[in-house]
Design a protein around this ligand. Sequence first.
Ligand SMILES: *Cc1c(COP(=O)(O)O)cnc(C)c1O
Length: 229
Amino acid sequence: MSIRENLEQIRARMTAAARRAGRDSESVTLVAVSKYVSPERIAEAVAAGQLLFGENYLQEAREKISQLPPSLRWHCIGHLQSNKAKLAAGLFHMVETVDRIRLARLLDKHAAEAGRMLPVLVQVNVGREPRKAGVLPEDAAELLRELAGLTHLEVRGLMTMPPFFDQPERARPCFRELRLLSENLAGKGLLGAHGPVELSMGMSGDFEVAIEEGATLVRVGTALFGARS
Ligand SMILES: *Cc1c(COP(=O)(O)O)cnc(C)c1O
């Protein structure tokens, strides 16, 4: 299957999942996860109409972004070390993986220096995995209160990466928990100041379930580009 055919199938599956949930298919956006994917193959996805990509690794992202058209949009979806905040603030249109105030302060400082606003998501560890990045659900409100004081970050919503399950249905409670958390936080006035709340959740194996549970951004790599070698 070509990247174009994969993309068409993913889009059709996204639309069907949105319909099942009574949602507008326009309310869900595909982030094409392009880690380890060459600029040539990313360009194939671009030719098929995909303009938004997600990258995990800074050096790799920088290299590829410089080789591709400036009209593309890039999300940082990987764990970000604080010493990479400056590079990230200059490179990405959104950082989906803010999970601590120290990192947020650095991103804010560098966005301010660059004279721009940086949209971010707060990454939540809903599966409570000890070794996984993300703020614990019960600590999200406090982090959001601190983020509200940062003038060059726009907190657009939440992101999560549930534990690995071989059956997509098993991830459903995690997706639902993220949505309920976002509603709770929006009710407290801690989310939603910059437009509709974004929920980044769902990958190749479970993006349809995530859409049924309210995802507005799905991060899909393997189903689009094939297995990463
Ligand atoms: C790699 C990655 C994805 C994409 O995973 P696939 O299973 O290949 O679709 C999504 N989100 C994050 C954070 C990733 O690191």
